[in-house]
Every structure is written in C-alpha cells, then in structure tokens.
Write a protein that binds this ligand. Structure first.
Ligand SMILES: CC(C)(COP(=O)(O)OP(=O)(O)OC[C@H]1O[C@@H](n2cnc3c(N)ncnc32)[C@H](O)[C@@H]1OP(=O)(O)O)[C@@H](O)C(=O)NCCC(=O)NCCS
Length: 190
C-alpha cells in the first residue's frame, strides 16, 4: 500500500506503486525528457529505477517520490531526494550523508511550476522532518530548466564544486556538471 508523504496546493508526493511503471516508462522513453541524460530508459531500466527508489525509501526514509496531480490523480513524474550513486569529484560535503534533490516530469506538464512547487515541499521536509544538514543538486551545464528550479527553490550555485560526471563518457558534452547547495543552518537563520 502506498503512502502519501507530502501534499501541496496542486500535487501530492507519495511512495511508489506497481501501476507507476507504465507512465514512468512513457516519460523515460521520451528523448525530449532525456535530452540531458546519456540515453532514454527502457522498461527494464525503468523497473530498476523504481526498485532502487523503493529500496532507498526503506533504507533512508526518503526517495525520489512519484508526483500526482490532485485534480486528476494523474502520475506526472518524480521529485524527491536521493543518495548519488557515485562519488562527486572533489566535493566537500557539510553533512555525513550526501543527499541530492532531483526531478523528472512528463514534458506535457513542464513550465506549470509543478517541479518548483513539489521541490519546495521536499526541501522543507528534508530540513525539518528528516533533519538533514545539507541538500545539493547537480545537472549538466546546459540544463537551464533544471538549474532554474534549483534557483527558484533557493539553492545557490557553488562554482568551486563544478565537476565532470564520472559516469558520463569523456567525449560527451553532457559531462561537465554544475552543483547547487543549501544548508539547514541557512534555513534556520531566516
Ligand atoms: C527540469 C524539470 C523537472 C522542470 O519541471 P517544470 O515543472 O517545468 O519546472 P517549473 O515549471 O517549476 O520551472 C521551470 C523553470 O525553468 C524555466 N525554463 C524552462 N526551460 C528553460 C530553458 N530552456 N532555458 C531557461 N529557462 C527555462 C521556466 O521558464 C521556469 O522558470 P520561471 O518560473 O522563472 O519562468 C523538467 O523540465 C524536466 O522534467 N526535465 C527533464 C528531466 C531533467 O532534465 N531533470 C533534471 C535532471 S538534473
């Protein structure tokens, strides 16, 4: 049975359920959505992604949560927290565990403010309910929409933490990454 984790004006964020596979696959298989990733994802890769989200939730109490529109109950993608599956080169974290905030929505729902609305709720949850010390986010340099969401939720760009993604081919233009961050202390000081 899935569980509602967060609720905002227009969306809910919940745990994963088996019926999320088909709509998540449609998103992962869309080249427009995956423009800033090395490739689209097939059924097998999408199932692995959902399984790894469920394991992450069991282990840490957070994950990349499915996002559902309140008005229609439509699954539109994910927004949430994750532990990166690689070491970020030369990155000095301010917390014991490195936690990133991330998002991926179906392209028919872009530019309605959904990612920002969901991510604001996730960030608050991370610092208050989960008591995490620092949240980071990173993306390939040219992913302007993702960078804009990072800015809109109040993360700040740390130019000293730019890095080349170790899991992306040396020859790929997607390899250079930017990193944004925010600490719990910054929120509490406000
Ligand atoms: C990144 C993503 C989740 C944003 O979702 P969204 O719901 O459209 O985001 P929002 O509507 O909350 O905000 C998007 C912002 O980016 C801006 N934006 C969109 N495309 C842009 C572009 N090409 N250049 C500059 N800004 C852009 C929008 O104008 C908006 O900013 P504004 O409110 O100041 O006008 C969505 O584009 C997506 O799923 N992309 C594919 C997956 C992906 O790249 N994920 C991130 C991997 S790190």
């Amino acid at each position: 049975m899935d569980k509602i984790i967060l609720s905002t004006k227009r969306v809910i964020l919940r745990t994963w359920r088996p019926s999320d596979l088909a709509p998540m696959l449609a998103i992962n298989a869309n080249p427009q959505v995956m423009k800033y990733f090395p490739s689209t994802q097939n059924l097998d890769e999408t199932q692995k992604l959902i399984d790894s989200c469920s394991s992450c939730y069991k282990k840490h109490g957070f994950t990349l949560f499915p996002v559902e529109l309140k008005e229609t109950s439509e699954f539109i993608g994910f927004v949430g927290l994750n532990v990166p599956g690689f070491n970020i080169p030369n990155f000095k974290s301010k917390s014991d565990i490195i936690v990133e905030i991330g998002w991926r929505l179906g392209s028919n729902h872009w530019n309605n403010g959904y990612a920002t609305e969901a991510a604001m709720a996730v960030l608050r949850y991370a610092f208050t309910t989960l008591n995490l010390t620092e949240i980071i986010s990173f993306t390939t340099v040219n992913n302007r929409a993702s960078r804009r969401v990072m800015e809109k939720i109040g993360l700040h760009y740390d130019a000293t933490s730019d890095f080349d993604h170790p899991k992306i081919a040396l020859s790929s233009l997607l390899r250079p990454h930017v990193l944004y961050r925010k600490t719990q202390i910054e929120i509490l000081k406000k």
